[in-house]
Design a protein around this ligand. Structure first.
Ligand code: NAD
Length: 315
């Protein structure tokens, strides 16, 4: 049976990039998303390129619908990304739990029924608490997880779910915990502001980023490729890895944007996000031969060029 990759949340930013790279690598891909809005995918692929991808509209909360996509398409690899982000979980905690927690259980249940023995899924650095929880420096791989958002709490729950599915059902899993993902398509969620600033700047418009601070910026194309690798290389356990990269400030990000686009008018509020500056990714490097990490200046320049190519098509 040909390998078939299921991407949940492929209409979203990381998912669209995952579909892009799967198609580029000649893989069969199925997208399961409740949204029919292809705008992010349209920014990455032509209609002809999208024709090889199967699009299934469905709600992750619907156990039968999730199981049906696994069986109907003969799914062999799973990249589970669909989720509601921080602001949406805050605005509607019950819905957030249904999508992010129950939805993840549905994915593991469907994998179990289908006889799939490995799942890759998205967690987040939101599983960790504020900087005051930790000593200075990069946060260790096994640091305690005491989130202060419901979104983070739901992600911690999912990591626990994955551990139980490994121990009771033998389904291994790898979750990746991105920090601030940027790139074409990153237009929703708390940390989408730096990308929105790039879109505004490329159009000659001013932009105000409402937070500052030091963080790790990760290019969506890199993150997507790491998820594909995580789906392809089971590690014999339920693993979770922080994504890393050199910590940089929001001001550094804006400076690089100004170097690429002289005259850029982006200002940054003096309002650090309540997250640590950076996370140690050495565990990821130990387990995977390949860590995708485009330098920040190249990622920003590539994103700006992509935005410019899209012109009026990108909002
Ligand atoms: N973008 C980041 O900086 C970042 C950082 C840390 C973790 N993550 C995690 O990575 C994953 C992907 O992030 P993203 O930025 O691509 O997200 P996104 O918000 O761009 O996309 C999420 C997708 O999930 C879909 N979805 C939401 N509810 C659904 C439901 N009930 N049924 C089916 N589909 C549903 C949405 O329609 C959307 O297409 C998420 O799990 C997110 O929590 C992202």
């Amino acid at each position: 049976m040909a390998d078939t990759y299921l991407v949940t949340g492929g209409m979203g930013c990381i998912g669209a990039w995952a579909l892009y790279h799967l198609r580029r690598n000649g893989k069969r891909a199925v997208n399961f998303d409740q949204s029919r809005d292809r705008h992010r995918i349209d920014w990455l692929m032509s209609a002809e390129e999208q024709a090889n991808i199967s699009f299934v509209q469905g709600d992750l909360r619907d156990t039968d619908a999730v199981k049906a996509v696994f069986s109907q398409y003969g799914v062999t690899h799973v990249i589970h990304l669909a989720a509601l982000q921080v602001p949406m979980c805050r605005a509607n905690p019950v819905l957030g739990a249904e999508v992010n927690v129950t939805g993840t259980v549905n994915v593991f249940e469907a994998a179990r029924e289908q006889g799939i023995t490995h799942v890759a899924y998205a967690s987040s650095i939101g599983v960790y608490g504020p900087p005051s929880d930790f000593p200075p420096g990069l946060i260790a791989h096994d640091a305690p997880k005491r989130p202060r958002t419901l979104y983070g709490a739901y992600k911690v729950c999912n990591e626990g779910t994955a551990l139980v599915y490994y121990e009771e059902q033998g389904i291994s899993s790898t979750c990746l915990r991105p920090y601030t993902v940027y790139g074409v398509g990153r237009n929703q969620g708390m940390t989408s502001e730096p990308t929105k600033a790039l879109v505004a700047a490329a159009k000659g418009q001013p932009y105000h980023i409402p937070f500052s601070g030091t963080m790790q910026f990760q290019w969506a194309a890199d993150v997507a490729r790491q998820f594909i690798l995580a789906a392809e290389q089971p590690l014999g356990g339920a693993f979770g890895f922080n994504l890393g990269g050199n910590p940089a400030t929001v001001a550094d990000f804006v400076q690089i944007a100004s170097d690429v686009l002289p005259g850029t008018r982006i200002d940054v509020a003096d309002n650090p996000l309540p997250f640590p500056a950076g996370f140690d990714d050495s565990a990821l490097r130990t387990k995977f031969d390949m860590v995708f990490e485009t330098p920040l200046d190249e990622g920003i320049a590539g994103t700006v060029a992509h935005i410019q190519r899209l012109g009026e098509r990108i909002t």
